[in-house]
Design a protein around this ligand. Structure first.
Ligand SMILES: [Mg+2]
Length: 104
């Protein structure tokens, strides 16, 4: 568990580590998929929801596999998939807000 260090000027709830991981994943996905990423202009809202739900399904798969295998869910897998869920959701927001990625 990442311990949040809180300062007087920082009342944000999410750690820089988590926010950074979400940003890295969104950037990675955009570099890999280009115009076919969630930042592209090809997708309808239904398409975007399908992509987001695919990632949510991968979280569910790990939880289900763990339950069926009578083992704890793999924390690292859950973190990866949950970061992907967050990245897809955040990227959708950025698309709606008209933010264009600056990939240098
Ligand atoms: Mg995934």
């Amino acid at each position: 568990m990442v311990e949040k260090v809180k300062t007087m000027n920082d009342d944000r709830l999410l750690s820089e580590l988590t926010l950074g991981a979400i940003n890295e994943e969104a950037t990675r996905a955009h570099i890999v998929h280009g115009d076919n990423s969630m930042m592209g202009f090809k997708y309808s809202a239904s398409d975007r929801l399908s992509i987001l739900m695919e990632e949510v399904g991968e979280v569910a798969r790990e939880i289900n596999d763990a339950r069926l295998g009578r083992r704890p869910a793999d924390k690292d897998k859950l973190v990866i998939e949950l970061i992907q869920v967050a990245a897809m959701a955040a990227t959708w927001v950025e698309f709606l807000d008209g933010v264009i990625p600056n990939l240098g």
